[in-house]
Design a protein around this ligand. Structure first.
Ligand SMILES: CC(C)(COP(=O)(O)OP(=O)(O)OC[C@H]1O[C@@H](n2cnc3c(N)ncnc32)[C@H](O)[C@@H]1OP(=O)(O)O)[C@@H](O)C(=O)NCCC(=O)NCCS
Length: 143
């Protein structure tokens, strides 16, 4: 696990396009994210290949999980939990009172991950990701 650098963007994009075919960020969006001081982006590597990434925006008293994605061949190994945990440590270190995120209401795997790390659904946004595709807003309060 290490910080994402600009030269990682092509490898990250390959996962991004496979995981989020309809809504993939562009390389320019990743460039923009990495350029902002209040962002922390991490990548996970296996055999020197990037297999997952995640990013958080930390603006005390609030932090926002921006994204998290694991290559389909490397799921179920605790990589997302590790990434999320590190992002939460970053938010806690900056004394954020709450961490927020948006997730598709039909994404059972991600919702289970977030719930197991202390997030609770606080709102539902109807058709946020397109017709019939609702978003859940989840929040984790600092303990
Ligand atoms: C959601 C995602 C990030 C999970 O990554 P992962 O590395 O496989 O997750 P982990 O192995 O760290 O699992 C952590 C927890 O997530 C939940 N989880 C993961 N996969 C799950 C599945 N298929 N079904 C139900 N729960 C699941 C479980 O609570 C799991 O804990 P457990 O292993 O103790 O049961 C991954 O499936 C992914 O990249 N999905 C596509 C992108 C996405 O949906 N991103 C999140 C929204 S932005």
């Amino acid at each position: 696990m290490r910080a994402m650098r600009w030269w990682d963007i092509p490898a990250v994009m390959a996962i991004e396009e496979a995981v989020f075919p309809a809504t993939a960020w562009t390389p320019a969006q990743f460039w923009s994210e990495l350029a902002q001081e209040d962002r922390t982006y991490l990548v996970a590597e296996r055999q020197e290949r990037i297999v997952a990434y995640g990013g958080v925006m930390v603006r005390p008293p609030t932090a926002d999980i921006q994204t998290i994605a694991v290559d389909s061949g490397h799921r179920g190994q605790g990589i997302a939990r590790d990434l999320l945990g590190r992002m939460l440590v970053t938010a806690d270190a900056r004394e954020c009172a709450e961490v927020l995120l948006e997730v598709s209401a039909d994404n059972a795997a991600a919702i289970a991950l977030y719930a197991s790390e202390g997030f609770e659904a606080i709102a539902r946004r109807s058709s946020y990701y397109g017709p019939g595709l609702d978003a859940l807003i989840m929040r984790r309060r600092a303990s």
